[in-house]
Ligand binder design. Structure first.
Ligand code: SAH
Length: 233
């Protein structure tokens, strides 16, 4: 069954954008996933096609109206989870990517200006998701980030060559470093163990490097791992 992505945006020309290329683009062409993009402005009621208004309580910026956003969501609603991209949301992780990839698809609502009226977020029980602690000018790039991370996990998108088993976060650790030919470059040699042909030694070196890098760079990931290691999926 085709995994379905629906995007609600004021800037439909931003899609599929980078997702039309490479792995995701090929998977879109072969029908592993589908993408429909809805212009929120098509649900405006007046002849100026207004979608936003000034915030109650005052302050800068504009807020997307709940009635217009609700009509846009209704036009694609079919039981899939509706996600609103917002810097106030829960931080998106690889665990979320895996969970969405296992489902029927996703509806992504891209905010602009100050964001979306909170009532429609609650009425539709939307998942409020952020991609990180910084502010973008719109939800479109965040939606592309979510889709990229999810689509590559769909069955048949990645070959064995691009396996998701070892990679960063899948075991709760960052991945070990990679090397290819030439074996010596600008006086820098590839670690000897990788040239040894000893698979057990290579695996042990990679595990140790994963642990060292995670401990050094990401104590937040390392702390839960050190007490309860997560097995590879
Ligand atoms: N004033 C708002 C920010 C609005 S940014 C606030 O401080 O919370 C405009 C839109 O960009 C948001 O509605 C959201 O859809 C998107 N956006 C901005 N930063 C984001 C982030 N880190 N993650 C996901 N979406 C983001």
């Amino acid at each position: 069954m085709t995994w379905r992505a629906s995007v609600l945006t004021l800037f439909p020309a931003m899609f599929p954008g980078p997702l039309g290329q490479s792995l995701a683009g090929r998977a879109l062409e072969t029908g592993i996933w589908s993408l429909d993009v809805t212009n929120i402005r098509d649900f405006a009621q007046d002849r100026h096609r207004t979608v936003d208004d000034t915030p109650f309580g005052g302050g800068a910026g504009m807020v997307l109206r709940p009635d217009i956003v609700d009509a846009a969501v209704e036009s694609v609603a079919d039981g899939r989870k509706v996600v609103v991209l917002t810097p106030r949301g829960r931080r998106f992780t690889q665990v979320d990517a895996r969970r969405f990839a296992a489902g029927p698809g996703i509806v992504l609502l891209c905010g602009r200006y100050e964001g979306v009226d909170q009532r429609v977020i609650e009425a539709r029980a939307m998942d409020e998701i952020s991609i990180g602690d910084y502010v973008l000018s719109g939800g479109e790039l965040a939606a592309l980030v979510l889709l990229d991370s999810i689509v590559r996990l769909l069955p048949g998108v990645m070959g064995a060559a691009e396996s998701a088993v070892d990679e960063s976060f899948s075991t709760g650790l960052l991945e070990y470093p990679h090397y290819t030919r030439p074996a010596e470059w600008q006086g820098r040699r590839v670690p000897d163990v990788l040239l040894s042909g000893n698979h057990g030694a290579v695996a042990a070196w990679r595990q140790a490097e994963s642990e060292r890098i995670t401990r050094e760079r990401r104590p937040d990931l390392w702390a839960p791992h050190a007490s309860a290691p997560i097995a590879a999926p």
